[in-house]
Design a protein around this ligand. Structure first.
Ligand code: ZN
Length: 585
């Protein structure tokens, strides 16, 4: 096995008033007032660099400037610096940072850049992270950012911004939005069918799009899916040829992307644009069940996998001393971690020992910490990082997860629980579950019941997993075993005997059922297989425990339980199983 060390850092920033997991809304008015520059432009090139300290990779997105709405600069192009990118055999991925792709046009909100890159010219960074860009959908004459959609680019968005700047814009290069929207509004492609209608993303599964007017060849044509990073407010154009299996005038086969470097895709309509820039949208909805990270940097689509990082079978996370000083926070982290480990047996351990490491960096420490000062910037509640290193396998090449860090905003009004959050609070356990979901190698989905939905309202709780989340987690786990083996890397040992695995929802419980309890519903006794040295425990669905007695071989007396739904947990030295049963009387 050859292993090349590539540090990849996924920065996960998100929150809620209609807040995104760890990004809260910075209104258009605040962005216009606080950003140093507001301008319209198109991304025409991307190049990545190490910063001068060689601690982080950033991407310079070259933007051709069309109109300046605010700012004292006259450049015809600007460099917008976003965290993450690839330099040689090293890469960093940031989430959710602003993710820009070549050809994207829209309104930029930028501020002075302090990333210390070897660049000259007009160098800026997005203001308010992923909210620093409003992407145009010229075909629909609309524009969208993380929280809002603007119908009418010149008639609405321009007017809103000039009303705030109280001045007209300055034209740098000719670009007529109204003309562009008219030209694209000719809708030749017609989509008659999508097959299948439900699929996972990032697993190399493909869909077949049937219809007409797609064009005999792809040319500059493309398929677009709904953008799950803003709940479907905009679309993600799939431009990478690796995702296309076939293209003809009436049939397109496209792999459903999980590209972690681009905006992620989610449930909704699918559209096709042909090389004459005419587009059509499906009437059917494609359901994206879960969206697994994949890396599309190289010539093939590559998977990420877990391995045995701590020599005890998995990964050990350490709370920083400031986190460890809040027992309720530590307990919430442990509960969120248990929810994932109980669902997929991912081998994650929360160390009882805190660390003084107070930085998210590729340093071998998986730290969970609060930020310092305004480290996380406007609108950002938290940030998570996953670091990967590149591995060569015999079948294909992979990215193994070598480190994970989470940074949370120390100024947020958190509810650590276990009680419910107040209306103004953010639920710490729900946010941790979401961030840990990113660390479990998932992009966002569009499903308000899923922990991987991009947004959670404050006052809301989302502390459990859906069966689709659990299915995805188990896909990552089984692929991790296969990939580690192929790459000759010590595989993760599934954490099957976590003593805290008390299922807390029907979805969790169903994944544990491998043998029925009989009868169910029951009145006085239940039969279930267990060995004589097993530990038998019964809980209700909020985790309160009840005494029961073993009445004989594979027989438990439950006559003291009142009517309701319970979880029976049977553990021995090696395994732990749980079953749901109900008592009817
Ligand atoms: Zn997220």
């Amino acid at each position: 096995m050859k292993t090349t060390l590539l540090a990849i850092s996924i920065v996960i920033l998100h929150a809620a008033a209609s807040a995104q997991c760890l990004v809260y809304e910075v209104p258009l008015s605040a962005r216009v007032q606080q950003a140093e520059a507001v301008f319209e432009g198109k991304v025409i090139a991307k190049k990545s660099f190490w910063n001068k300290q060689h601690t982080y990779i950033y991407t310079a997105n070259t933007v051709e400037v069309y109109k300046i709405f605010k700012g004292n600069f006259t450049a015809t192009q600007a460099e917008i610096i976003t965290p993450g990118g690839v330099v040689g055999n090293k890469a960093i991925v940031a989430e959710p940072a602003l993710k820009l792709s070549n050809g994207e046009t829209g309104m930029f909100f930028a501020t002075a850049d302090n990333t210390n890159l070897p660049l000259t010219g007009t160098v800026m960074k997005p203001f308010a992270g992923p909210q620093g860009f409003i992407q145009y959908n010229v075909a629909q004459n609309s524009a969208a950012d993380v929280f809002a959609t603007y119908q009418g680019i010149t008639s609405n968005l321009y007017k809103k911004i000039t009303a705030l700047t109280k001045s007209n814009y300055q034209v740098v290069r000719p670009y007529d939005v109204d003309l562009a929207t008219q030209e694209s509004d000719r809708s030749a492609p017609v989509i008659t069918n999508l097959n299948p209608l439900s699929v996972s993303a990032g697993t190399r599964a493909a869909i077949t799009i049937s219809g007409s007017g797609f064009g005999a060849t792809q040319g500059s044509g493309r398929v677009a899916f709904k953008n799950s990073d803003n709940g479907g407010g905009s679309v993600v154009n799939v431009t990478d040829p690796k995702y296309y299996i076939s293209w003809s005038d009436n049939t397109i086969q496209v792999i459903v992307p999980g590209d972690v470097m681009a905006n992620s895709i989610g449930t909704g309509t699918v559209s096709v644009t042909n090389s004459s820039a005419q587009s059509g949208t499906s009437s059917q909805t494609l359901t994206i069940t879960f969206n697994r990270y994949e890396i599309a940097l190289n010539s093939t689509l590559e998977q990420t996998f877990f391995y045995n990082d701590n020599a005890s079978g998995g990964y050990t996370f350490a709370p920083h001393t400031e986190v460890a000083a809040i027992p309720a926070a530590t307990a919430a982290i442990q509960r969120a971690m248990d929810t994932w480990t109980c669902a997929s047996n991912v081998n994650w351990i929360l160390s009882p020992t805190s660390t003084t490491t107070d930085v998210a960096a590729s340093d071998g420490v998986n730290v969970i910490r609060f930020d310092n000062g305004s480290e996380l910037g406007a609108g950002v509640l938290g940030m998570g990082s996953t670091y990967w290193s590149y591995c060569f396998g015999t079948m294909e090449n992979y990215w193994k997860v070598t480190e994970m860090d989470i940074t949370l905003d120390d100024g947020t009004n958190w509810n650590y629980g276990p009680s419910s959050p107040g209306g103004a609070q953010y639920d710490f356990e729900s946010v941790m579950l979401h961030e840990l979901g990113h660390l479990h190698q998932f992009n966002h989905v569009i499903n308000t019941s899923s922990t991987m939905h991009y947004a959670i309202a404050n006052g809301a709780m989302r502390r459990t997993l859906l069966s689709s989340d659990i299915t995805g987690a188990n896909v990552v786990m089984s692929a991790s075993a296969t990939d580690a083996s192929d790459a000759g890397v010590s595989a993760m040992v599934p954490y099957t005997n976590n003593p805290s695995c008390i299922p807390t929802s029907v979805d969790n419980i169903s994944s544990h059922i491998d043998q029925p309890v009989y009868p169910n519903p029951a009145t006085d006794f239940i039969r279930v297989k267990f060995s004589s040295n097993s530990k038998i425990e019964v809980f209700n669905l909020i985790g309160e425990s009840f005494d029961v007695t073993i009445a004989g071989d594979n027989l438990i007396d439950i006559s003291t339980l009142s009517r309701g739904i319970y979880v029976l947990k049977i553990s021995d030295a090696f395994t732990s199983r749980a079953y749901r049963f109900s008592v009817a009387r």
